[in-house]
Design a protein around this ligand. Sequence first.
Ligand SMILES: [Zn+2]
Length: 297
Amino acid sequence: MDLGGTNLKWVVLERDASSPRVLDTGQVPTDTSRGERSVVEQMIDVARGAYRDLGRMESVGVGVPGLYDPVAGTTRFMPNVPGNWAGVPVADEVSAAVHAPARLINDARAFTLAEHRLGAGRGVQSMLGITLGTGVGGGLILGGSLYMGHDGTAGEFGHLTILPDGPPCTCGNRGCLEALARADAIVAACGHATVEISVQAARDGDRRAQQGLTEVGQYLGIGVANAIALLSVDRVVVGGGVAAAGEMLLAPLRAELRRRVFITDLDAVDVVCAELGIWAGAIGAALHGTGAAPSVG
Ligand SMILES: [Zn+2]
């Protein structure tokens, strides 16, 4: 499952000796009418529905848009889903409903895992995954597997400081990439109602929208340049709804890399769009649920 502030998506993944296959997909609008309770009940309903259809289920993975405790299987902080998410035992509740182990993972780490295994990152040893949407997320593949850090928070690309005295971020810091490149920030920079309208306006020649997207692309480029300096990844995979802006963001991002990266050969670093579309997060959560990826460390 892939929990978002707008939709709850799921996939049913079959694993055999070769490659995982997607058997089924679905989504419903996230029900936050009773805060975290209605959301958890909805996740239980979805898991039970899949369990009934399949007859048995090996494991469940749940991607959450925020921070969680990987050992306890509880949520900690989710700024974009209404409710009091501190200490909610999501993994235990889902697990009990379908008689199978359940594990949590951050949604952007799930995206990164899926794109590495089955999408635009296939075959590389190191990769930075970036999700652009309501927030800015990230994940890291190092040495061919997902790197989690000690508590599952490694790869939080959106919380690199880009402007020392920049706008406040939901995490408590100022000038984070997320505060500069989240959908709300793009909309404000471009002067239009939505990111989609901003991108279309920029394509139609609107100077303010063009400048807004260029500026956001430059901020993203500064973040990626810092990540390359630290990790020298083989590939950068950009996904999420806002990534539909394509070259309007990626061209200034790449130009910024050429201005800032001299310590390694940029020709060896691919910056590409994601391949798995809207199901990447749920696919990655399912892969994580199987225990194929470490929960910590
Ligand atoms: Zn932040």
